[in-house]
Design a protein around this ligand. Structure first.
Ligand SMILES: [Zn+2]
Length: 150
């Protein structure tokens, strides 16, 4: 399990068929259109892994997923749940065990990251993650979008 910090989703421009390595070249304008295409591929081939363009055997054996493509994609930081919980706690947000999720305005989140940076004495992992979180907060603040983590 992992925790991803990012902006809340913005306007969507389309949908792509994706494997774990990211979107393929199969792009659609609407969610129903991509669902219909995937169902037809599933019916015809017994699976959808053949649509993966990455050449990975694991992906070829899996079903493809649908990914919404945003007009203005957010920077993302993905960490383990334990690290996500530790970072949320460091920022003063509740984090209980394996359930780490929340959201806040970009301004409050940025202030909390800056406060954590000023008191954090670790120059390694935590300091690097705080820099990434500040980038996400700045991205969100510039666009009036909240920060979310889950
Ligand atoms: Zn793949």
């Amino acid at each position: 399990m992992s925790t991803t910090f990012s902006a809340v989703p913005g306007p969507v421009t389309g949908f792509a068929i994706s494997c774990v390595h990211g979107p393929t070249d199969h792009l659609f304008e609407s969610y129903p259109a991509v669902q219909e295409f995937l169902q037809a591929e599933l019916d015809a081939h017994g699976g959808t892994g053949h649509l993966a363009g990455c050449g990975n055997d694991f992906c070829a054996a899996m079903r493809m997923s649908i990914e919404a493509l945003e007009a203005d994609p957010s920077p993302r930081m993905r960490v383990s749940n334990s690290n996500g919980g530790a970072l949320a706690s460091l920022l003063g947000y509740p984090a209980d065990g394996y359930s780490v999720s929340g959201s806040d305005t970009a301004e409050v989140f940025r202030d909390r990251v800056l406060a954590a940076q000023s008191t954090n004495s670790d120059s390694g992992y935590t300091a690097d993650r705080l820099v990434e979180l500040l980038d996400i907060a700045e991205f969100c603040a510039a666009r009036g979008r909240d920060v979310q983590w889950a």
